[in-house]
Design a protein around this ligand. Structure first.
Ligand SMILES: [Zn+2]
Length: 166
């Protein structure tokens, strides 16, 4: 057994696919410039949205026995080339998801929220996969692909349902 399999606290730092597009678009901000007096409420709105979506996806992924919080995190506090992350304590059943802070997004408001939701879903799927067997050499890259695929698929389904209500 590798020593890491004994640890109950696990960190995952993610470079999400959508993240690179968010950074690539930093030079073409089309949304209104946010004044400093408005940025506080933008953060509050984003936090409220993220908390709401986290509750929905926590239930959808059957992670109700986990205590999960989402924390807006500045780019400088995340690992280079990452837009989010998660750490969890399996013993305590608690997890914290890092979502890129609105101040570091250069996307229009609604695209930013979509991207934040993708981060939440992506990180929750990592949590979901903690039950998978540990130890294979290439598990990291394989898991990253699986997580990205699952998150994309679930969000595509969810958005299609929202666009065509019965
Ligand atoms: Zn990831």
């Amino acid at each position: 057994m590798a020593p890491s399999t004994k640890a109950s606290v696990i960190f995952v730092l993610c470079s999400l696919a959508s993240a690179s597009s968010a950074f690539a678009q930093t030079v073409e901000v089309r949304g209104p410039v946010i004044a400093s007096s408005e940025s506080q409420s933008t953060t509050q709105l984003a936090q409220h949205f993220v908390d709401e979506r986290l509750a929905v996806w926590r239930q959808r992924l059957k992670l109700e026995d986990w205590k999960i919080s989402a924390v807006m995190t500045r780019k400088t506090s995340l690992a280079p080339q990452t837009l989010g992350g998660i750490h969890w304590d399996k013993r305590k059943r608690s997890a914290e998801i890092w979502v890129l802070d609105p101040a570091d997004y250069a996307l229009p408001f609604h695209e930013m929220l979509d991207d934040m939701e993708l981060t939440v879903v992506h990180e929750l799927v990592h949590l979901e996969l903690t039950s998978l067997p540990r130890g294979q050499a290439n598990r990291g890259a394989a898991e990253e692909r699986a997580v990205s695929g699952l998150a994309d698929a679930m969000l595509a389904l969810d958005r299609r349902e929202r666009q065509s209500p019965k």
